[in-house]
Design a protein around this ligand. Structure first.
Ligand code: SAH
Length: 377
């Protein structure tokens, strides 16, 4: 069967060893339905939600507002689990990266980037990625499957465990923002991503507002407006090139949804204003997309869209077919965009001492295990 390989690649994780039902990733209605099945009144679901998403409880025994026999009954039928931290690395600049292992042994990366006035958690939406953007390391990895809502949310839960951020603090949070800029294309896994985002936004739980969540896409044009209407989060577009000829080559999804279609989708994104701008990400590749003419074409392309342009120094990885633009070229590029009226910050590379290119940590763990297996026999 020609489709068997594909189906296998996208197979969901194997069920947990026991047959308890995982509560992480259920929305409020699903949680209430579970409790109704146990004969518990509706307000119990709200209490449980509070324990799971506001207090971060992983053990039913700790849920002291519930009667003891009820806690025991819950523990028999349900589980509250976190992904396993396979690697946990902290950079000298405070950036922290986890390689997380899921029930079926697949792995994905999560990164925490602390800044003075905020802290951003960069979350993955898939294991690997099908897009094969030429500059991105994740595209070189073979295995791909969608992450479930529980696995996407599990990244936030585990990071908050590690940073000691329970119960949800009202302000001054270490994780104040979430960006879907890790491995994978979030708009190719929309249902699970949307479900996880909605749970993370819930005011009686993790309570991170839509203004502090950014969904980044390489350009799944037909899904962009829907995401805006249903979730209302900030939008980032991985643009990286201003002609179809070049973008077809370095961001191959462009062959399906060319620049004109992508820009039309951006212009229709709901709620755009100067206070709510689209971020265009643009990775600086020496001699490829970094000329002053490229910069001028870029501002023409985004004319009229409330936007800012994030210039990202290319982060090299072994075997990458590009080099990063010179500082001077980036400065000239940034000035042209800025003079046209758009903020054009150059992203400061973070955590390079612990491997910054997304996907590198995972590749390293695969190499490590291979060499361990070889040493073992
Ligand atoms: N698929 C989505 C989400 C992944 S985030 C998307 O494409 O937007 C992808 C971002 O990672 C890109 O915009 C780019 O900013 C960054 N990126 C990937 N590889 C990089 C590299 N080698 N150097 C610098 N940035 C890179």
């Amino acid at each position: 069967m020609s489709s068997a390989g594909h189906a296998e690649i996208f197979a969901p994780p194997a069920p947990a060893e026991d047959d308890r039902i995982e509560l992480i990733g259920l929305d409020r209605a699903e949680l209430a339905a579970e409790l109704a099945r146990m004969g518990a009144p509706a307000f119990r679901a709200r209490q449980l939600w509070h324990w799971i998403y506001h207090r971060g409880a992983v053990d039913f025994a700790a849920m002291t507002s519930l009667a003891k026999p009820f806690r025991a009954a819950l523990a028999e039928r349900y589980a509250i689990t976190r992904p396993r931290a396979v690697l946990d690395r902290q950079s000298l600049d405070g950036t922290r990266k986890w390689l997380l292992g899921f029930a079926d042994g697949q792995e994905a990366e999560t990164v925490h980037i602390p800044e003075e006035d905020r802290g951003t958690l960069c979350v993955s939406s898939q294991i690997g990625c099908t897009l094969t953007c030429r500059f991105c390391h994740t595209g070189t990895q073979r295995l791909v499957r969608n992450l479930s809502a529980a696995e996407i949310l599990g990244q936030v839960m585990l990071a908050r465990d590690a940073l000691g951020e329970w119960p949800s603090p009202p302000e001054g949070r270490l994780i104040s923002n979430i960006v879907l800029m890790g491995m994978g294309e979030p708009l190719y896994n929309y249902d699970n991503v949307a479900k996880a985002i909605r749970i993370a936004m819930d005011g009686e739980g993790i309570a991170i507002s839509k203004r502090r969540i950014t969904l980044s896409t390489a350009g799944v044009a037909p899904m962009i407006r829907r995401a805006g209407e249903e979730l209302g989060v900030n939008l980032a577009i991985s643009l990286h090139a201003v002609t179809d000829e070049l973008r077809d080559r370095i961001v191959p999804i462009n062959r399906k949804y060319p620049i004109a279609e992508l820009m039309a989708a951006c212009r229709s994104y709901p709620g755009l204003s100067n206070a709510r701008r689209i971020t265009f990400e643009y990775v600086m590749l020496k001699g490829v997309n970094d000329s002053p003419a490229d910069a001028r074409a870029l501002v023409k392309l985004i004319a009229g869209i409330p936007a800012k342009v994030n210039l990202i120094p290319f982060n090299p990885w072994p075997g990458a077919p590009f080099e990063c633009s010179s500082e001077a070229a980036i400065a000239v590029f940034s000035d042209i965009v800025f003079d046209a009226g758009y903020a054009s910050p150059v992203r400061t590379p973070r955590g390079r001492d612990i491997m910054a290119a997304c996907g590198q940590l995972k590749s390293e763990s695969v190499r490590l295990r291979k060499s361990q297996r070889m040493a073992a026999g």
